[in-house]
Design a protein around this ligand. Structure first.
Ligand code: ADP
Length: 489
């Protein structure tokens, strides 16, 4: 497949990194693979610490002027960028499907979801309000103001190659920060395409920089250890998040870490079972299960277990697995061989410890990294799925007895990103929402994320929030001015 042949706007594929307003190469490059076909679809610069420092210097050089603009002026650039993303949605979706494997229609959906954050923060930047705080002494005042943190580094994963960038960059830019962004090595093309559109939107040179690399630890270390970089925003695994947090300690950076999850999905006996099945299928199988808020441990109350499993089986049987460019496909392949092996390992471990396969359970006949939509029952706490996210199209079903049992099981994890439950009892909605240790709760819905809501986790799932008014605060420092000498005349 020649990717550029599929695009209307071929300029979206420069296959270069973007530093200080210039499209640049490196001495080496690395290949980008289409996971559906294993074909090489592009080669992009393989950068290291030196280029990262160049990008940081560019962001630093651009910071003062960018921060000095009004929020309305910065918002105007974001609005242009938003419109260009919408105008190029099809091409952006095609690029994403090619490098990530998800179906084009789903990829376009991600582009549109991500674009909403650009629009939201174009406006929200204006609302970085301070306070006037009543004081305890006569003749004084305390006033707070919010100011941009400074140069921000961003490291994003491959599962949402576009939206993870548009969730991070717009609040930073709206706040007056400049950015250096490193996309995942599997999916750099979506990041580059977004930078092409940012350039077209007219952002001044150095405000947005994109460094591509297959040596993510070298680039990450350069970002973390730089004293110019005042903030790191990372989305990825808990393991890497902890490494980065350690590397940032010496320069005392502000951190946002969106890390792994192990989301419980609880179906109470009084739930609308059809709605629960629908919510689970949407949340579990989207992006082939490669979503940090995907339900991983599905807890179903004894009384409705069999009915739920039967209805789930009927729904999951309809899911079509295939190439992202095949219009019939509902889900694509897993991102790479390591992803496939992890899913296989989780399934095998469950089977070895007594689980039952209701549907699927093995590599799909299409080969490569395609996996069958799978349902397992008879899950127990000793199985790997109970403590580690599968990141694949496997619905693993556990049983529970009563409300307290469900809460205990849901909280029996080091993670705390998303949690879901279905019940028609309004009192229970409150009790369970309050008792579950997670940053995001879906009560009678499997769909939780939008630009208006503060996405983020607790416990080992991370620090900070993305989206909403809280997402802007992540890129702002609060300063206060204690004013004296205001004597009455
Ligand atoms: P996943 O399991 O989703 O691939 P990772 O945490 O490995 O999650 O990757 C998320 C992002 O972190 C990617 O951009 C990847 O390149 C980057 N990354 C991985 N290891 C490191 C590291 N040691 N330092 C900096 N970035 C890293």
């Amino acid at each position: 497949m020649i990717l550029s042949d599929k695009l209307t706007n071929k300029s979206l594929l420069p296959n270069k990194a973007y530093i200080n307003g210039k499209w640049v190469d490196a001495s080496k490059s690395f290949d980008v693979i289409n996971p559906s076909t294993q074909e090489v679809i592009a080669s992009v610069p393989d950068m290291g610490a030196e280029e990262t420092h160049d990008a940081i210097a560019a962001a630093d050089g651009a910071f003062k002027d960018w921060a000095a603009k009004t929020a309305k002026e910065r918002g105007a650039f974001l609005k242009k960028w938003y419109q260009l993303i919408l105008d190029n949605r099809e091409d952006l979706g095609i690029i994403m499907a090619a490098e990530q494997g998800k179906p084009v229609k789903e990829a376009i959906g991600e582009v549109l979801y991500g674009a909403e954050f650009v629009e939201w923060f174009a406006e929200e930047g204006k609302r970085a309000y301070g306070d006037v705080i009543p004081t305890t002494t006569h003749g004084s005042r305390v006033v707070t103001m919010k100011q941009p943190v400074g140069v921000c580094a961003m490291i994003t994963p491959w599962n949402f190659p576009s939206a993870m960038i548009t969730r991070k960059m717009p609040p930073a830019l709206a706040a007056g920060c400049t950015v250096v962004s490193k996309p995942a090595e599997d999916t750099p093309l979506s990041a580059i395409a977004l930078a092409v559109l940012a350039e077209e939107a007219g952002f001044p040179k150095g405000v947005i920089n994109v460094v591509t690399t297959s040596h993510s630890s070298d680039v990450g270390k350069a970002m973390c250890e730089s004293d110019i970089v005042r903030k790191l925003s990372f989305t990825g695994s808990t393991k890497v998040g902890k490494i980065l947090m350690g590397q940032c300690a010496d320069t005392m950076k502000k951190l946002s870490l969106e890390l792994g999850g192990n989301a419980p999905f609880v179906v109470f006996g009084d739930a609308d079972i059809d709605a629960a099945v629908k919510g689970l299928v949407a949340g579990k199988f989207r992006n082939c299960g490669q979503v940090c808020i995907a339900p991983n441990r599905i807890y179903v109350q004894d009384s409705v277990h069999d009915e739920f499993v039967e209805k789930l089986k009927a729904a999951v049987s309809d899911i079509k697995v295939g190439d992202g460019f095949d219009e019939d496909s509902d889900i694509g392949p897993l991102i790479n061989q390591a992803g496939l092996e992890k899913v296989q390992d989780h399934v095998q471990d469950a089977l070895d410890k007594g689980a039952t396969v209701v549907l699927g359970g093995k590599q799909h006949k299409k080969g490569a990294t395609f996996f069958e939509p799978t349902i397992l029952t008879g899950m127990t706490d000793e199985m790997k799925v109970a403590s580690d996210e599968t990141f694949g199209p496997v619905a693993s079903i556990f049983k529970f007895t009563d409300e307290q049992d469900a809460i205990d099981k849901a909280n029996d994890t080091i993670y705390g990103l998303a949690a879901y439950f279905y019940t028609r009892d309004i009192g229970r909605v409150w009790r369970v929402s309050e008792a579950i240790e997670a940053g995001i709760i879906g009560a009678n819905t499997g769909s939780t994320s939008s630009e208006v809501a503060p996405f983020g986790g607790v416990k080992h799932s991370g620090i900070g929030r993305e989206g909403s008014k809280y997402g802007l605060d992540e890129f702002l420092e609060i300063k206060y001015v204690a004013m004296g000498g205001i004597e009455e005349s």
